[in-house]
Design a protein around this ligand. Structure first.
Ligand SMILES: [Zn+2]
Length: 281
């Protein structure tokens, strides 16, 4: 049974309220009528696909200047509530808006200590904050390193419209990881179009993981594949970016196009073993 580390607990109604997300649906050529109507549908789809657990990601843009993201926040209480009703099948990561300064750190502490959330998600392009911003980001990093809270970062380009990818370049995380060597980091989407940089950052920083979400396995770039199959086989993570990509669809493509090319043991590490280590299960 696999663990999907990159799931958005979005409903169709929530997505329709967000112009940048609707642009992502266009980007992925999605049929809006097939988007989930309720968050319960996620559990049904996981069951059908054989996915045992999933990390659901919070998001917070309440203090962000970019008005296109004014409807984008999902409250941590809501995300933690969805996880609590799942019987341990959903693992909640908090969202905070770094633009809120001290309030962001307070909210992160509350999410971890009071709500029992298990990690942090940062989409720096949605927040218009550079990943290596010392004033806004480093206090969050300090808490995460000290508390053993992993951070999943969006890295590289994004399907989301109305924002800029310069904030999410994987090279910015090298400086961060050198400053916080014990912090567990996930670089989502292997930082494309800078996958070699993401791989280099992971090779230099042993607590950095890479998730393959948002990509069909058959399109995995050749510059990434040898590392998944070799020196970084303990650090690659299965993720879908649900509901932009569905679990059944991803795993079917994996069986058909990628599994047979992997060395013995690598598939199990990718699908669940590495995620268990990330989540300290
Ligand atoms: Zn995502």
């Amino acid at each position: 049974m696999s663990i999907d580390v990159h799931v958005h607990p979005w409903t169709r109604a929530f997505m329709k309220r967000n112009g940048p997300i609707m642009k992502a649906c266009d980007f992925f050529k999605l049929d809006v009528s097939e988007l989930p109507e309720t968050t319960d549908q996620l559990l049904v789809e996981m069951e059908e696909a054989g996915v045992a657990r999933a990390v659901i990601l919070g998001q917070d843009t309440h203090a962000t200047k970019n008005q296109n993201f004014k409807n984008y926040t999902m409250k941590n209480d809501e995300v933690a509530g969805i996880a609590a009703r799942s019987g341990d099948r959903l693992v909640p990561f908090a969202g905070v808006d770094p633009n809120a300064g001290g309030d962001a750190l307070r909210e992160l502490k509350r999410a971890v200590r009071k709500l029992g959330m298990r990690g942090l998600k940062i989409h720096s392009s949605a927040n218009s904050v550079y990943l290596n911003d010392k004033r806004l980001m480093y206090p969050l990093y300090e808490f995460c390193e000290d508390s053993g809270v992993p951070i999943l970062f969006h890295t590289g380009t994004t399907g989301l419209g109305d924002c800029e990818i310069k904030y999410s370049k994987p090279e910015l995380l090298d400086e961060v990881c050198q400053s916080y060597p014990d912090m567990k980091v996930v670089m989502a989407h292997f930082g494309w179009p800078w996958p070699e940089v993401a791989v280099a950052v992971a090779l230099r920083n042993p607590n950095v993981f890479i998730d393959v979400s948002g990509w069909r396995p058959k399109y995995l770039p050749q510059s990434v594949f040898p590392y998944l199959n070799g020196p970084l086989q303990d650090r690659f993570l299965f993720g879908t970016d649900y509901p932009m990509m569905r679990q059944k669809e991803w795993l079917g493509d994996f069986e058909a196009n990628l599994k047979g090319r992997l060395k013995p043991g690598v598939a199990a590490k990718l699908l669940s073993g590495n995620a268990k280590r990330l989540l300290s299960d």
